[in-house]
Design a protein around this ligand. Structure first.
Ligand code: IPE
Ligand code: IPE
Ligand code: MG
Length: 242
């Protein structure tokens, strides 16, 4: 039914006309399987996935979503073979190059979620510089890289301890998370058929709507975003009320 309502092509701005979807988050899963299906190395899938990520961000901006979070690399993904990790980090550095070249023309505010301490000092400095240079712009783009939801909560608590706090409330944690500049996610989308959260936005997801699709991330497109958004609009959010 949702498919019929949207017609053949993506419905564009109309899909979020009421602006209820303020923050969408994507678990971009399925790159490896997508490549394998084509008889290609997993790294080929990561390259394809990075291209899709750029398209999807543009589109989310177009339909009036204020904040987009993408799960690019988890604290657990370091377990993967060195060759694959190196290839993903190369894609990430290429993205930093591109952001440095083109972000001055974009209305995007960049945030990296996760500790930067694992990256070479030069990379960490570039990440911080991009965050500073893009501060205050319209669309918030959170890139979760070396991100884990548990790590994020521990990091927040350690900051509070450093501030000398001995007792805290929920708002204290929220305001010390890597995502402190974004509203909580309204919708979390996971591609690639798995139905789990894999350490993503554990605190923030308390009342997020969840959407799982079998589509592998490199096959995800604008039309798939329209389907997620239409599905989100069909939900009744109660937040514990009636
Ligand atoms: C998601 O795709 C990207 C990262 C985790 C870096 P995967 O690499 O997990 O792809 P599958 O799940 O093995 O297909
Ligand atoms: C989650 O995908 C992390 C990212 C998409 C970056 P994984 O492929 O790492 O998750 P699991 O291992 O299937 O739970
Ligand atoms: Mg995976």
């Amino acid at each position: 039914m949702i498919t019929r309502l949207l017609g053949k092509r993506g419905a564009g701005r109309k899909v979020n006309a009421e602006g209820k979807l303020r923050h969408i988050a994507f678990i971009m899963d399925g790159n490896g399987r997508w490549a394998k299906k084509r008889g290609m190395p997993r790294t080929y899938g990561h390259a394809a996935g990075a291209a899709v990520f750029k398209r999807i961000i543009e589109y989310c901006g177009k339909i009036g979503i204020g904040a987009v979070t993408v799960y690019a690399f988890s604290t657990e993904n370091w377990k993967r073979p060195k060759e694959e990790v190196d290839a993903i980090m190369k894609i990430f550095r290429d993205y930093l190059d591109e952001a440095e070249r083109s972000f001055s023309q974009k209305d995007i505010q960049l945030h990296f979620l996760g500790s930067k301490s694992v990256f070479p000092e030069e990379t960490a400095k570039r990440m911080t510089a991009l965050e500073k240079a893009s501060a205050g712009r319209r669309l918030i783009l959170n890139i979760a890289v070396n991100y884990g939801g548990r790590d994020e909560i521990v990091h927040a608590v350690n900051e509070l301890i450093r501030e000398g706090r001995t007792e805290i409330c929920e708002e204290d944690i929220t305001s010390h998370l890597y995502t402190k500049d974004s509203p909580p996610p309204d919708l979390i989308v996971r591609t690639g058929a798995e139905k789990r959260i894999s350490n993503f936005l554990l605190w923030e997801a308390a009342y997020a709507e969840l959407y799982f699709t079998d589509v592998l991330w490199p096959d995800f497109d604008e039309r798939q975003v329209d389907l997620c958004v239409a599905d989100f609009y069909a939900r009744k959010r109660r937040f514990g009320g009636i």
